[in-house]
Design a protein around this ligand. Structure first.
Ligand code: MN
Ligand code: MN
Length: 296
């Protein structure tokens, strides 16, 4: 029982989390040098459904090295893992209730401390969560932990609230000290995701996008755009991957919907100084005296 949250809703959050952690563990074991990124992404997305999820909350993100987030394979992508620092970020939902979790797999074998920096920051933040704690306090804990390991937090990436069929919502959970935080309350669901880097600690948009989501509703006339709009309808406002789509003249249709303000793209996010990036993330429900992590 968690105050402010109906029992059946909590159950769905917990089931989404359970499915995610099983898929995450299985996928982690498959990430090896020479394995294709597309194979891992497709495994994650199919296996979630097999285990009872109603869908992905967003495309499986596989970001490597100086990529922090929002990388996902293209259709027929032949890229394979090399000596990479791999961020595997998974989202699943049960009836729209989302679990969001990420791990870093170090295929170089040389950056255990960078991986540990974001993991320790995540667990330090989780230990601090309870009703009444502010996001400013969490940001300070995350920053101090990462700096204590000799790295920098990525200051323009944050954790976030989740809501039904909404992968990112208020409040944002900073990865650094801020002046005025938001006070967390029992029953709120948040994802905490520290990013650590040996670079300067900032990301910027890269040059390619494979992930999109609907941001508005408007009628469209062009047949290709109409076809695409119909195809992406089941995802509601959740992000989807270009490789999931079968609409003909796909690039043209995506461009039309973007121009009309119906969809937006999520370019791959890269550390601006080319630093290596690690990430760790869990989703949790805030309780009176702590929290219930759904994705452990
Ligand atoms: Mn995530
Ligand atoms: Mn997240």
């Amino acid at each position: 029982m968690i105050e402010n949250m109906k029992e059946d809703i909590l159950e769905k959050y917990l089931r989404a989390g359970e499915i995610l952690s099983k898929v995450r563990g299985e996928a982690k074991d498959k990430i090896k040098i020479g394995v294709s990124l597309l194979e891992i992404a497709e495994f994650v997305e199919k296996r979630s459904i097999e285990l009872g999820a109603d869908g992905s909350a967003f495309p499986c993100n596989i970001s490597r090295n100086d990529e922090a987030a929002h990388a996902t394979p293209k259709a027929a992508d032949e890229t394979v893992f090399g000596e990479d620092i791999v961020k595997l970020d998974i989202g699943v939902h049960v009836d729209g209730y989302i679990a969001d979790s990420a791990i870093t797999v170090d295929l170089t074998g040389k950056h255990r401390d960078l991986v540990k920096a974001s993991e320790d920051a995540l667990y330090a933040a989780i230990d601090s969560v309870k009703s009444g704690v502010t996001t400013a306090e969490l940001g300070a804990v995350i920053e101090d932990t990462i700096i204590g390991h000799g790295f920098k937090p990525i200051i323009n990436l944050t954790g976030h609230g989740v809501a039904r069929y909404i992968a990112h919502t208020h409040p944002s959970i900073p990865n650094r000290r801020i002046d005025h935080g938001y006070t967390l309350q029992t029953g709120e669901v948040i994802a905490i995701e520290p990013f650590a880097t040996d670079g300067i600690g900032k990301i910027a948009d890269g040059s390619w996008s494979e992930i999109f989501s609907v941001i508005g509703k408007k009628p469209v006339r062009l047949p290709a755009a109409r076809e695409l709009l119909k195809e992406i309808e089941p995802y509601r406002m959740l992000p989807f991957a270009k490789r999931w789509l079968k609409t003909e003249k796909l690039d043209f249709a995506l461009m039309q919907l973007a121009k009309a303000g119906i969809i937006t793209s999520y370019p791959v996010l890269k550390e601006v100084s080319g630093g290596l990036v690690s990430q760790a993330e869990h989703t949790l429900v805030v309780t009176e005296d702590g929290c219930k992590v759904t994705t452990l």
